[in-house]
Design a binder for this molecule. Structure first.
Ligand SMILES: NC(=O)c1ccc[n+]([C@@H]2O[C@H](COP(=O)([O-])OP(=O)(O)OC[C@H]3O[C@@H](n4cnc5c(N)ncnc54)[C@H](O)[C@@H]3O)[C@@H](O)[C@H]2O)c1
Length: 145
């Protein structure tokens, strides 16, 4: 089944890293959102999407999407993430999941309440290179941080 995705935030990371990977899978980007009209139009052209909006709430309220993805910023991730989860939609968001640990816990609670997954792009924390660097820092061999 082709997943229909609504995507918020058409900035550098979304257009250069996330959306190009997403479209390799069995998905259709049903709608895009950005408050910057030029970026929105450019992403629409690059990824062949004609439903474009500057209003994230309008995108989240669409009846024809299966999940929401976003790469915007901490405050928007919290607000839009909760809105999408409360609407019963699974969410992928880039890090950080809000500007505070309390906000991240609010998102966790919203995910648990709706029973829908919330995935966060915390890949750096788990990457082999970063783990090796962290071990070297902790070993004391590196010196004071
Ligand atoms: N995991 C990683 O390796 C990685 C790498 C780069 C960026 N990121 C994260 O991705 C997110 C985006 O980063 P970026 O570098 O692409 O930033 P960016 O500024 O290029 O993109 C953000 C986009 O969001 C749009 N936007 C802002 N407010 C909005 C709103 N209310 N509604 C709709 N669109 C809105 C902006 O116009 C902009 O186009 C950040 O949270 C950043 O930390 C993660």
């Amino acid at each position: 089944m082709t997943l229909k995705i609504g995507w918020i935030g058409c900035g550098v990371h979304a257009t250069q890293m996330l959306l190009p990977q997403l479209v390799r899978h069995d998905v259709e980007i049903a709608a895009l959102c950005d408050i910057d009209g030029d970026r929105l139009a450019s992403a629409g052209r690059q990824f062949g999407v004609s439903s474009l909006t500057s209003d994230a709430e309008e995108l989240i309220r669409r009846s024809d999407i299966d999940a929401v993805g976003m790469a915007v910023g901490p405050g928007q991730h919290l607000v839009f993430g909760k809105m999408a989860l409360e609407r019963g939609l699974p969410v992928f968001m880039e890090k950080p999941p809000s500007g505070s640990a309390a906000g991240a816990r609010e998102l966790l609670a919203a995910s648990e309440k709706s029973g829908k997954p919330l995935l966060v792009g915390f890949m750096k924390r788990y990457s082999a290179g970063n783990k090796i660097a962290a071990n070297i820092l902790r070993s004391g061999r590196f010196g004071a941080v």
